[in-house]
Design a protein around this ligand. Structure first.
Ligand code: GAP
Length: 458
């Protein structure tokens, strides 16, 4: 009794993703009741669950399945001298121009991507009335003040990357973890940048979450480990269902490199707006540890007992954005098809990423089915994240679960009451099989753990 899929379209626009996120409560524009505040988003129920699953998969790959990386959670507010030593106070800038006519501000190096405030829309500088200032450097760090007195001595910054929290804890972690290079420190947390060019939904926002890992290695091994982490990170995305044709590694040109980097490659994804950075994998050399050692007076090095000498490890850094990864997973999973004359929209998410793994649905709200379905649901949810849904027609409930990416549906019907079996529906194939309700929690937990690849690969 499978529903039959007739045709499939795979293109998705950012507008369709935004609409699905709103419709199904994944993501809302922040402060909406006050008219919104640009490029800031709030995550609703399914957004939180999906986002947590992305982070959990990163923790799994970085820490749970390895012995050489430990976790850290450092503070957002750090000593202002951290940002002096790291080079962010001086170097974390974008070149900006202002238009004296319309009062808008643009990235000087991105004028061809910007739109002038006037109509018909043109690029800044293209109207005869445009009056652009010379470019000047604008620091992207948000400034705030610590304590009751608002003067230069109280200035603090919201961290623009989580990485510095790792470098300033190098000594603490080394002592506690008793590791020797190569070893890593991993952290997930919020970062803040006063971006001038925002947009493309959650792709570039001023408040976002990063998943960063600093891998400390003997200096002569840095190129080898840089390659290793590029391969590893590409594997992570493809294992979680991103189609390889939509991913690529792009080495930075010398003039693109951040002030700390000697080599960086970006993992790029084919977003609806084109190829864009998903994650940066940098060789930071000994820049950060050396800078903090100089500025703090602390020795930030590793003493190699065998060779009887101390050295400053070099650092390989895979730095990913939680929000961008979530967007890429949703874009890659989004699909529509015609089923029995009706359009079906669905997220073909990897089961490990899906916010809900299984929906338990009574066929109708009578004849004891809701009660039996709830019992089955309670048994299943002890093993995998599940949802119970009894409102509306069964078709509508399936569609809803398809849109939030739920891989399996369990339907309790008249036969369940007689022989204890239920139907198990597969989101991707639409096949339904009859299985015993007993032991379904274990069976579904085993299915979630199985290797998976996107059905869009054919
Ligand atoms: N510690 C190195 C670092 O911060 P980055 O390339 O500036 O490097 C790493 O940032 C990742 O953080 C990016 O690849 C992206 O996924 C995410 N990211 C950076 N800025 C962002 C923003 N404004 N909004 C959303 N994600 C952002």
């Amino acid at each position: 009794m499978a529903e039959a899929a007739d045709t499939r379209a795979t293109e998705v626009t950012l507008e369709e993703i935004v609409a699905l996120c709103k419709r199904r409560g994944f993501i809302f524009p922040s402060s909406e009741i006050y008219g919104g505040v640009g490029s800031t988003y709030d995550y609703g129920h399914y957004g939180v669950l999906l986002r947590n699953n992305v982070k959990d998969e990163w923790w799994r790959a970085m820490v749970r399945e390895r012995d050489d990386i430990v976790a850290l959670d450092s503070a957002i507010l750090q000593h202002p001298r951290v940002w002096e030593a790291s080079g962010h106070l001086e170097g974390f800038t974008d070149p900006l121009v202002d238009c004296r006519t319309c009062g808008l501000r643009f990235r000087a190096d991105k004028l061809e991507d910007a739109q002038c405030g006037r109509k018909p829309s043109k690029h800044p500088g293209e109207f005869s009335e445009c009056d652009l200032t010379d470019a000047r450097e604008f620091n992207l760090m948000f400034e705030t003040h610590v304590g009751p007195v608002k003067d230069t001595a109280s200035t603090a910054y919201l961290r623009p990357e989580t990485a510095q929290g790792i470098f300033i804890n190098f000594k603490n972690v080394l002592q506690f973890a008793r590791k020797k290079p190569p070893f890593g420190i991993a952290q997930i947390g919020k970062s803040f940048r006063n971006e001038i060019t925002t947009g493309n939904f959650i792709f570039r926002t001023r408040e976002f979450e990063q998943m960063e890992m600093e891998y400390f290695v003997p200096p002569d091994q840095a190129p080898k480990w840089h390659q290793y982490w590029m391969d590893e990170r590409m594997r992570w995305y493809t294992e979680l269902g991103i189609r390889p044709a939509n991913l690529m590694l792009r080495p930075h040109d010398a003039d693109e490199l951040s002030h700390y980097s000697s080599a960086t490659s970006d993992v790029e994804y084919l977003f609806p707006m084109g190829w864009s950075e998903l994650e940066g994998i940098a060789n930071r050399g000994d820049f950060d540890l050396t800078q903090h050692a100089k500025a703090s007076g602390e020795k930030l090095e590793y003493f190699d007992q065998e060779r009887g000498e101390a050295y400053v490890p070099h650092v390989i850094e895979p730095a990913a954005g939680v929000d961008r990864a979530m967007l890429a997973f949703m874009v890659d999973a989004y699909d529509t098809e015609e089923v029995e004359g009706r359009k079906r929209t669905l997220l073909r998410l990897h089961p490990r990423l899906a916010p809900v793994k299984v929906a338990v649905l009574p066929l109708v709200s009578k004849e004891g089915m809701p009660e039996r379905a709830r019992e089955i649901y309670e048994e299943i949810r002890a093993r995998v994240p599940a949802e119970y849904d009894e409102g509306g027609s069964i078709g509508k409930r399936y569609r809803r679960q398809d849109e939030i990416g739920t891989p399996w549906g369990v339907t309790v019907d008249g036969r369940t009451m007689e022989d204890g079996t239920v139907t198990l529906r597969d989101r991707d194939t639409l096949e339904q099989e009859r299985v015993p309700a007993a032991g379904l929690g274990d069976r579904l937990a085993a299915k979630v753990a199985e290797p998976w690849s996107s059905p869009k690969l054919g």
